[in-house]
Structures are given as C-alpha cells and as structure tokens.
Design a protein around this ligand. Sequence first.
Ligand code: NAG
Ligand code: NAG
Length: 383
Amino acid sequence: MNGIPGSSEYSMTRTTCLTGAKMLSSTFLTGALRIFLVGILCLGGFVTLFFMYYKSALDCPPQLPENRSLSKKQPEPDKPIMLLWFWPENRRFDFRDCATFFNIDGCHLTDDRSLYNKADGVLIFHKSIKHDLSNLPPSPRPPFQKWIWYHVESPTNTIRIPGLENLFNLTLSYREDADIPVRWRLTARKGQGEDFVLPKKDKLVCWIVSNKDPATGTGVRYNYYRELAKHIKVELFGRAFATFLKYEDYYSTLSSCKFYLSFENSVHRDYITEKLNGPLAAGTVPVVLGPPRQNYEDFVPGDSFIHVNDFPDAKALSEFLLKLDKDDEAYMRYFQWRIDFSAQQHLVQLSQEFTQAICYACDHIGKHWEYRVVHDIYKWHFG
Ligand SMILES: *[C@@H]1O[C@H](CO)[C@@H](O)[C@H](O)[C@H]1NC(C)=O
Ligand SMILES: *[C@@H]1O[C@H](CO)[C@@H](O)[C@H](O)[C@H]1NC(C)=O
C-alpha cells in the first residue's frame, strides 16, 4: 500500500541518462583534436546532443513525490471522510479494494487519526474497544460526526462492554435491521441465464471448519455433525481438524463436493454468513444449520438449500442425502435458481475478512446525512 510501483525502475533510467550525457561530452572532446573536422563533428555533436536530450526528456520521468501512501493522501474536498478507528484484528487491506471489488468510491476512507476532527463518520470495531473505553476517539466530538458501531458477531459471541449507550449513531451488523447490513447476496440476472454445468464431484459431504471451541456456541453444530457422521462420510477440512485449506483451494474444494455443511457457530435470526454463500457460488448444495428455514428464505430461494430442520434427525438427513446422490434429476433441481439469480464469490483471504463491511460503511457515509442516535445498542443487538 505504501510502495510506489516501479520507483526503482525510474531511478535506474535516470542513472543511465546521466552516464550517457558524460560519455557524450568526452566524444565531443576527442573530436576537437582534429581541427579539420571540428566543424563537422560539432555539427554531428549538436545533432546527437539534440537527439539525446530529446530522448532523455521522454525517458526520464519527473521525480515522483516520495510519499504517496493512500491513507495519508489529502482527502478530496467533495468527498465525506470516513475514519477507520481500529483495523479489525489488524487485518489491513488496500482501501482501493472498495472500488475494485464493490465499485464503492463515495467517501475518502482513511486510518489517519489526525483527520478525526474533519471525519464525517468514524467506524469503531466493537471487539477492539477496551473495557474502560480509554481507546475510543477523544472529546469533544464534532457535532456532524457519526460513530458507527461495527460488530458482525452473533449475540452468543458478543462481549458486553459497559458504557456504550448514547455514543453511536449507526449500527453495522449482519442483522437486516441494522443501518448498514452486511452480507453476500444473490443478484438477479437480466435476460439470458447461464448454462449451468455441474462441477466435477468426487466427494459427497464436505465441511470446512476453523473453530470447534464449544465456548463460542459451536456445540450444537458439532453434536449434529457427530451424529451425521455415523451414517454418512463427511470430508473434513480446516484448522479445527488440522487439515488446513489454502485460500486459493477454497472454491475448487467446495465445487468438488455434492453437499456442503453450512453450519453456523450459533443460531440467531439473520445470522447467516458466507458459509451459505460459498457453496452457492461454487455450485454445491448447502446443508444449513442456523435460524429457521423461513429466515434463510429471506435471502435465498427455498429450493437452493437443504435445512437440517426439514428432517427429524441426522439419520433421516443422511438417508435423504444418500438418496439424492443416486438421483441426478432430483439433485439438479437444487440448481434451478441459477437460471434467474447468481451468487458472487466472496473474498476469502484472511486480510480481506473485513473489507466488505468497511467498504459498505464508506458507501453509507457517502450517501446519508440524516440525524440518528442509537440509544441502547445492547437492547437492540440482544433483543
Ligand atoms: C513519509 O511518510 C512517513 C510516515 O508516514 C514520514 O515519516 C516521512 O517523513 C514522510 N516523508 C516525506 C518525504 O514526506
Ligand atoms: C450522534 O450521536 C450523538 C450522541 O449519541 C449525538 O449527540 C449527535 O448529535 C449525533 N450526530 C448525528 C450527526 O446524528
């Protein structure tokens, strides 16, 4: 982010040009020894010099300013400023990614705290706030400024930090009723749908899981998995099972499975994460565990996934999956939705984990100016 692409090439070209000029003057001196040829050589020298100069003017670019760090760049006057107060979990990315991946360019996104007094929005990552609130932005607070509470964990995994009442103006969350809801959504296709070709499958059921710590609410899904695995083979990937999957292998691995366990770590309304989007984008049928089917159908067509609640128990689910494995026609019906909608591959690199949310906040700040206050953040979040 801080580098100037090609800066070393520029200085190399400069050196070459200077050496060339020195060589040229010595050529000129040698020529001066022959009085008879002085005139001609001079003329030749001038012509050469002219071309060298002309060429160097083209080849040697003007010196670039040394600091072109994006975050230190002076804000453009017509754009609202959004200040990222904490880098979530220190996962840094290039702010230009907002334009690249989301076509969002409506704010000046910065992590430069010296712009605090000018910032229209301040994005504050809940998990980074200290319990004594000592690392929150300072007072006084510009009256036009909006603080955004940024928290994308479910209530099960939320630590209550006291004293956050009447501080924030906006909420950013997975919740649909947040001011800035963040999730990966299907988009409608216009006109001709795709000719879907089912990716080659060599596995039946897969599960990538990085966390099986029961303290984070994962007990429900882990118990369900253990029950299921008694009746059907489940291929496991991810940190929790010591078979680490490289990011670049994420989509190809998902594609190679007929079914994927989209099991959320805890069960809450609207808490439907990229664990659902992944298989939809990869051409795999998600088997979901999370809020009720109806809540899933707020976001994706009802025939695009299998819900564990549709079956009395894990054994019945496994029988259904085994039956579908032998019935191509019934299996392919789970991809009908692709005629009218498409799923976009979400960003999977660790450094990109928070990119979407931060870009969405920038987009919001660039479009909304209304007065708003969130009185009791926890009543809303836990309610
Ligand atoms: C470039 O930026 C760094 C830190 O952002 C600063 O310490 C340094 O003095 C700057 N250099 C110039 C030439 O402005
Ligand atoms: C933001 O919220 C604070 C207190 O919660 C309030 O004093 C301030 O006027 C609000 N600002 C805007 C622009 O909504």
